[in-house]
Design a protein. Structure first.
Length: 248
């Protein structure tokens, strides 16, 4: 499936002299610095959140067999889990989550150097996950929570009955969602006694901060150039932009 044609929006930005451009840029820099300081303060508050002990010993399936949540730390003290939208029977992972996942592999050695392990978790069986992972060419750990309550407990998967009722618990509120799977990211730490603590989860637009393509698009004059009603309708799996699908 090819990407829709891109119409570069017109801009009302003036063409300025070098002196006027520099003055405007310096004024914007002041606001950017203020935003940086606010973001640093917010990040400190995020790190200071209380943590909750997990009572359930979650067990997943990986390409090497059964693996416990505690084992995903791989000797590190911190763990990031991306809740990848991929339900049983879908055949391929969510297109938007695939866009997000394209940003993971390059970060892995840097995360490991800061005591952080990483894994993606989906509800599809591992036999459905692995062929898609190979197609996309990803290296990050991707495991299956099929048959467990993990996705439901972290409010990223929803039963048919819950969807019929019209509202579910998602992003810390009751709301309607369009499908059985929604995206999210959760952070875990370990106590000295080995128990797993849940430190943080974010959903929806809270995931924007991990999508570096967005950060780069925000720097160019056309910006993200998205439809405000369906912001990700331009996104394709990376092997679909040219209208072809790579062989698995």
């Amino acid at each position: 499936m090819s990407s829709p044609s891109l119409a570069i929006p017109s801009t009302s930005a003036a063409v300025a002299t070098s002196e006027d451009w520099l003055a405007a840029r310096v004024e914007l820099l002041r606001e950017e610095k203020e935003l940086d300081r606010r973001r640093d303060a917010l990040s400190a508050r995020r790190r200071a959140l209380p943590r909750r002990r997990l009572d359930h010993d979650y067990r997943f399936v990986s390409d090497r067999g059964t693996v416990r949540l505690a084992e995903l730390f791989a000797g590190k003290s911190q763990l990031i889990v991306y809740h990848f939208m991929f339900a049983p029977g879908w055949g391929e992972g969510c297109c938007a989550c695939s866009y997000v996942a394209d940003h993971f592999d390059g970060t892995l050695p840097h995360l490991a150097a800061r005591e952080v392990a990483f894994a993606a978790v989906s509800r599809a069986p591992i036999e459905e996950i692995l062929p898609y992972k190979r197609r996309m060419g990803w290296r990050f750990e991707w495991i299956s929570s099929h048959g467990t309550t993990f996705n439901f407990d972290f409010h990223v998967s929803f039963s048919e009955e819950a969807l019929v009722r019209g509202e579910v618990d998602y992003n810390y509120g009751r709301r309607a969602v369009p499908q059985e799977e929604m995206p999210g990211l959760s952070v875990f730490t370990r106590d000295p006694d080995g128990s797993v603590l849940h430190a943080y989860s974010t959903y929806g637009r809270g995931l924007d901060r991990i999508i570096n393509t967005y950060n780069l698009l925000d720097l160019v004059p056309a910006g993200r150039n998205e439809n405000p009603d369906t912001t990700m309708d331009w996104v394709r799996r990376h092997d679909d932009y040219a209208g072809t699908v790579a062989a698995s």
